[in-house]
Write a protein that binds this ligand. Structure first.
Ligand SMILES: [Zn+2]
Length: 179
């Protein structure tokens, strides 16, 4: 993995990055299976500091007829239900997601108390490959840093791009509001 390609809002901790890459690669691998079954193409997981999986979810916009059922939002909701709280901050949790969070999910993450975000494919590439609209997000990494939220991104992006391309190639839905 090329450290220089990583997008981060603080100095990179190599051990933390290695662990994040392992988790994101595993999520991408799981997505390949999910896409074959018509799910995806996004997957998010929340872990505690000891490496325990707290919640994992894919996007479910189409299946649930719910425009905010993105993978990150679904995973956060599951984590909060499981831990019986609207404030995840005391639990010191990290969110791992196969692509950069969209405009809505950044808000959801910010208000959840998640401490760290690790993502795979940057939004620009997601939009180029799939046609999904990821929203406008000026300086979001800096804004997150101000709020004490660590961000590392562009983690193993090639693998993630292949997964997205497979979703498109299968002719799965690129859902969006009609304009
Ligand atoms: Zn989203």
């Amino acid at each position: 993995m090329m450290l220089s390609n990583i997008i981060a809002n603080e100095p990179i901790n190599p051990a933390q990055l290695r662990q994040a890459a392992q988790i994101i690669l595993a999520l991408q691998e799981e997505l390949k299976t999910r896409i074959v079954k018509g799910s995806g193409p996004f997957l998010a997981a929340i872990y505690d500091e000891k490496g325990n999986l707290i919640a994992k979810a894919a996007n479910s916009v189409v299946h649930e007829n719910c425009s905010h059922c993105h993978a990150e939002m679904n995973a956060i909701r599951l984590a909060e239900e499981k831990l019986h709280t609207y404030d995840l901050a005391p639990h010191r949790l990290a969110l791992y997601v196969t692509t950069e969070p969209c405009l809505m999910c950044l808000g959801g993450i910010m208000w959840s108390g998640i401490r760290q975000i690790y993502y795979g494919v940057p939004s620009k590439r997601v939009e180029e490959i799939t046609g999904f609209d990821e929203g406008f997000k000026p300086n979001w990494q800096d804004e997150f840093k101000k709020r004490g939220i660590t961000v590392y991104g562009n983690i193993e992006p090639q693998v993630g791009e292949e997964v997205l391309a497979a979703y498109v190639a299968k002719g799965h839905k690129i859902y969006r509001p009609s304009r």
